[in-house]
Design a protein around this ligand. Structure first.
Ligand code: GDP
Length: 313
């Protein structure tokens, strides 16, 4: 079983986002026509508009990378937007994809769909086996609904829709707004600014939680690989296979950026889930491996930050 992009019209929904733009970069190496549509032209939460656009553009393959995303604080402060907008986007795009006869669709979720105390490394089967981490349950519930909708379309209508769950991603096009960002872009910005001022680097929470990180171009490559080689109802993890504590990560970012100043922790900010490391052995069994290691990825992400390739700058 193998799906070919050769000569196909491939829609990257969410092409301005970090994952979507990495997918557009990656798909340039395939002999296909990449379709994109700007936010001004199409509101992805508007099902009627999405249906109309899809009937006009007739995509044959779809990567659904559009979502309302954000870090631990943004999720906690905007529960309505994280739940409602993501439900609307995935309902509109999956419904449209079935309606226009899309041959293959990949829905992108996130590792936060898994229970807060899931056994580590987290296997795909851990989904819905326990309570979620409360700080991001709004986003997680919407993404779980998306996985189930893709699975339901496969079961009831025979659609070749698959779902992939990437671990914490970072890279060019990240959000560097400290109130909305994830930890990696936040640390890159904080260490850069501390280096300029000679000040301290402030780490939210205790610094003890552990997270797994993957460079976004590796994730895009894995998504293309899955579209080509995977067709099943069960969602599939995309990870690097190793995790670090937030304090270790802080020191690694400082080493890569060349700053050796003081580090303080801020326990008034939430820690979130204690550990998030995924079991990506099913993806490895399909013959895929990441290429960019953590230090190289941080250096690349820092170059992109310095070049102004990001939001919230
Ligand atoms: P999560 O993986 O869903 O918990 O999302 P984040 O990437 O926002 O946070 C990961 C971990 O990094 C949490 O334990 C945060 O408390 C910690 N962290 C430390 N400093 C920061 C920071 O400046 N921003 C963010 N977003 N998280 C931070």
């Amino acid at each position: 079983m193998s799906y070919s992009f050769e000569g196909k019209r491939v829609w990257v929904a969410g092409h301005r986002g970090m994952v979507g733009s990495a997918l557009v970069r990656r798909l340039a190496a395939e002999n296909c026509e990449v379709l994109t549509v700007s936010r001004d032209q199409l509101d992805l939460t508007d099902q009627r508009a999405v249906l109309g656009w899809m009937h006009g553009s007739r995509p044959q393959a779809v990567f659904l990378a559009a979502a309302r995303v954000g870090g631990i604080l943004a999720n906690d402060n905007h529960p309505v937007e994280f739940l409602r907008d993501n439900l609307l986007i995935e309902t509109a795009v999956l419904t449209g994809a079935e309606s226009v006869g899309v041959e293959k669709l990949l829905f992108l979720g996130s590792s936060c769909i898994y229970p807060k105390h899931a056994e580590q490394p987290i296997r795909e089967e851990a989904l819905l086996t326990g309570p979620l981490e409360p700080t991001n349950e709004w986003y997680a519930i919407a993404k779980i609904a998306g996985i189930k909708l893709a699975e339901a379309y496969r079961r009831e209508y025979g659609c070749d829709f698959i779902s992939a769950m990437p671990t914490n991603l970072y890279g060019p096009g990240d959000n560097f707004d400290l109130n909305a960002s994830h930890v990696m872009p936040a640390l890159i910005r904080k260490v850069h600014e501390a280096k300029l001022s000679g000040g301290e680097v402030s780490v939210w929470g205790t610094g003890t939680p552990r997270r797994e990180f993957l460079y976004v171009d590796d994730c895009a490559d894995a998504c293309v690989h899955l579209m080509q080689h995977y067709s099943d109802a069960l969602h599939i993890n995309i990870g690097s296979g190793s995790d670090v504590s937030i304090i270790e990560l802080t020191h690694t970012v400082m080493e890569v950026l060349g700053y050796d100043g003081p580090v303080v922790t801020d326990p008034s900010k939430p820690d979130g889930t204690p550990r998030k490391l995924m079991d990506s052995s099913r993806l490895a069994a399909l013959g895929w491996q990441p290429r960019v290691d953590l230090r190289e990825g941080i250096a690349l992400a820092y170059q992109a930050f310095l070049a102004g390739e990001g939001r919230g700058l």
